[in-house]
Design a protein around this ligand. Structure first.
Ligand SMILES: Cc1ncc(COP(=O)(O)OP(=O)(O)O)c(N)n1
Ligand SMILES: Cc1nc(C(=O)O)sc1CCOP(=O)(O)O
Ligand SMILES: [Mg+2]
Length: 218
């Protein structure tokens, strides 16, 4: 099945408000279906439970499950860190951290169609990501210290405020420690898009959790 065009991916990215990162899990297909039915726009496979990435074969198998779920729900499929895996599964999105592949090298591997996202953790990084060629969106955080990313200092909502003040047209997401209770503070700080992990992966009812977040995001 041919992938989405770059134009279609960028259109969906622009409209995206709720981005979910999930690890592999025994109920991955059912979990992804529920989260996407609840309104998740982008789903990323991010499995670093023991601080180590998945073996490539396991990552490919999990991504195949997520790709089918994304096709059913019209959502975007994101791969974390690895351009080779993103190219292999025809992912819509490659997400790169500050220490991952430089964007021009990643582009050589994945081509021009998929979008590339960048993590940022301070104001200079956010300013750079807002203008760097080849970056289509960026994330700022953590908004709160989070056990999902142990050891990463949290710049807090100040970084969300200063990113909002950039007035960039490039889509950006707030990340880190966000749940339904804290979401109003994140929105008040100027974000209109968020990334979550535990708020949905640890929810008893992932569809309801996603729906509650999506309702506040508009
Ligand atoms: C959408 C999204 N935003 C931020 C991250 C974090 O990326 P990174 O800083 O490279 O850390 P790891 O997730 O790779 O441990 C992300 N994965 N996705
Ligand atoms: C994967 C990740 N990256 C972050 C960053 O700041 O770049 S914070 C984070 C973990 C977010 O998980 P939760 O929603 O469970 O707090
Ligand atoms: Mg990374």
């Amino acid at each position: 099945m041919p992938g989405l065009s770059g134009d279609e991916i960028r259109k969906r990215l622009d409209a995206a408000r709720l981005y979910l990162c999930t690890g592999d899990r025994p109920d991955l297909a059912e979990f992804a279906d529920a989260a996407l039915a609840g309104g998740v726009d982008i789903i990323q496979l991010r499995d670093k439970r023991d601080g180590a990435p998945l073996e490539a074969r396991q990552e490919l198998a999990a991504l195949e499950i997520l790709a089918e779920a994304c096709a059913r729900h019209g959502a975007l499929l994101a791969v974390n860190d690895r351009a080779d895996i993103a190219a292999a599964v025809d992912a819509d999105v490659l997400h790169l951290g500050q220490d991952d592949l430089p964007v021009p090298l990643a582009r050589r591997v994945i081509g021009d169609e998929p979008v590339i996202g960048r993590s940022t953790h301070d104001r200079p990084q956010a300013e750079a990501a807002a203008v760097e060629e080849g970056v289509d969106y960026f994330c700022t955080g953590p908004c709160w210290p989070t056990p999902t990313k142990p050891g990463r200092p949290a710049p807090g909502l100040d970084l969300v405020r200063s990113t909002a003040a950039l007035g960039t047209a490039r889509p950006w997401f707030a990340i880190g420690g966000i749940d339904a209770e804290r979401l109003p503070e994140v929105l008040a700080a100027g974000a209109s898009r968020i990334v979550v992990v535990r708020a949905i992966t640890e929810a008893e009812d992932p569809a309801a959790a996603a729906r509650a977040l999506r309702a506040e995001l508009g």
